[in-house]
Design a binder for this molecule. Structure first.
Ligand SMILES: Cc1cc2nc3c(=O)[nH]c(=O)nc-3n(C[C@H](O)[C@H](O)[C@H](O)COP(=O)(O)OP(=O)(O)OC[C@H]3O[C@@H](n4cnc5c(N)ncnc54)[C@H](O)[C@@H]3O)c2cc1C
Length: 397
């Protein structure tokens, strides 16, 4: 089933696939953003290619544009030394800024709003983690985060006995509108785009990339970018076990014109971000998550929504949101993300000098993929002033 965003058509490309200086495989956030930044850097012979762009996670997400990674700052500091966690957080903030700047430059309405992000605790452990995260962020020099008492959540229509973390940098947008607007801009700048051209394999020969299409045609490029996120390991064996697929699922209600609390005008989540929601521009509740409660959501490319997840989501929403008790749900859809062992994406060259990667995005890929595409462009162009975080995103095998 197609999700709510896909009521609008994703733009597809009819250009015949041809040899090019740069070939970008994948037309979601990463692929189109790579095209955008490479064009800004002066590349004018770029082919963008995809197989079935409808399956792209970029049209199947919840529209959150968030600072940080899936982990809170407190959890991030448990995994990484504090200076590294700070660099990662700063990079994620820079990615949020970059996407805001790009949206402003496109001058197209993509329903962008920056009203912050609310992460609601559902038990004492999580509440403590929010307090510790706000303190850790403040100690690291970040000032846009605060703790909200449980009682202050009532105005958002949120029912929880525990408090929440508020990140003022959080934003949201319609992901399909953003990708279409960015793609449209690139096309006016000379990007060539071929849809429905599944790639079978990518390899290197004589320092050039050789791309074999399932149609039997072979393409050559000086540089190829794998912007295929969860699907990357299917194209290049280098990524087997490095990026693995997992399914996320979202339900979307009919418009709730009279029952929504006006204060709930920002992306929100519960339970360490495992359950998440958004009020769309036409006042629907979009609500996702619950995947950690059922088996079979990892290592799958199956886009069929799981009825158990759907029912878990409905119960969760009814329990924690005042207005979600008996609402009419109109859409249920799933999407495939890619997870890496480190939780960080690969934005990097590979052992093959003509093959680059921008993939491995989990639940924060909206802003991260855009910022990572800018970083990858700098790497491809041989720039030396890379952000400190780039060493953590480098593929090392
Ligand atoms: C349910 C769900 C909710 C999410 N919520 C959020 C959120 O609120 N905020 C957020 O930041 N992130 C969210 N994400 C994650 C985010 O959507 C992804 O991280 C992001 O879309 C990754 O973009 P991408 O361009 O790298 O990959 P994708 O958008 O998945 O694009 C992959 C591309 O590769 C192409 N491709 C694959 N195989 C081939 C092949 N063989 N040949 C040619 N082309 C191929 C596809 O056609 C597609 O164009 C969510 C994801 C899901 C599934």
């Amino acid at each position: 089933m197609l999700g709510f965003w896909l009521c609008e058509e994703p733009r597809v490309g009819k250009h015949p696939p041809t040899d090019s200086s740069v070939i970008i495989i994948g037309s979601g956030f990463s692929g189109v953003s790579c095209a955008y930044f490479l064009q800004q850097a002066g590349c004018d012979d770029i082919l963008l290619i995809d197989d079935d762009c409808y399956k792209s996670a970029s049209f199947r997400n919840c529209g959150h544009i968030l600072p940080g990674l899936v982990e809170s700052m407190f959890a991030l500091q448990k995994i990484h030394p504090a200076p590294k966690a700070t660099q990662i957080w700063q990079f994620s903030l820079d990615c949020c800024t970059r996407i805001r700047q790009t949206i402003a430059a496109l001058a197209t309405d993509v329903d962008y709003q920056q009203n912050g992000y609310l992460v609601v605790a559902i038990d004492t452990t999580e509440e403590r983690e929010h307090l510790q995260s706000v303190a850790a962020l403040r100690d690291a020099g970040f000032t846009n985060n605060s703790y909200l008492q449980a009682s202050s959540l009532r105005k958002f229509g949120i029912r929880s006995e525990y408090g929440a973390r508020f990140d003022a940098d959080g934003a949201s947008a319609n992901p399909l509108k953003f990708r279409n607007a960015l793609l449209q801009f690139c096309l006016t700048q000379g990007l060539r785009y071929s849809s429905k051209q599944p790639v079978q394999s990518v390899r290197e020969q004589n320092s050039r990339a050789v791309i074999k299409l399932q149609s039997g045609k072979t393409l050559h490029a000086d540089i190829v970018v794998l912007a295929t996120n969860a699907y990357t390991s299917l194209l290049s064996p280098v990524f087997t076990n490095l990026i693995v697929p997992f399914r996320g699922q979202i339900i979307t209600s009919a418009p709730l014109l009279n029952t929504l609390p006006p204060a709930l005008n920002m992306p929100f989540s519960f339970n360490h971000g495992y359950e998440y929601g958004l009020i769309t521009a036409d006042k629907r509740l979009m609500f996702g998550g619950w995947r950690e409660n059922t088996a079979g959501e990892k290592y799958t490319y199956d886009l069929t929504p799981n009825p158990q997840v759907e029912s878990g989501l409905k119960d969760f929403a009814a329990r924690y949101l005042d207005f979600a008790g008996d609402i009419k749900w109109e859409y249920s859809h799933s999407g495939i993300m890619g997870s890496s062992a480190s939780g960080l994406p690969y934005v990097s060259s590979t052992p093959n000098t003509s093959i680059y990667v921008c993939a491995g995005f989990t639940g924060h890929g909206f802003s991260l993929a855009h910022g990572c595409a800018e970083l990858l462009t700098k790497i491809i162009m041989g720039e030396s002033d890379l952000p400190a975080v780039s060493k953590y995103l480098k593929l090392s095998i």
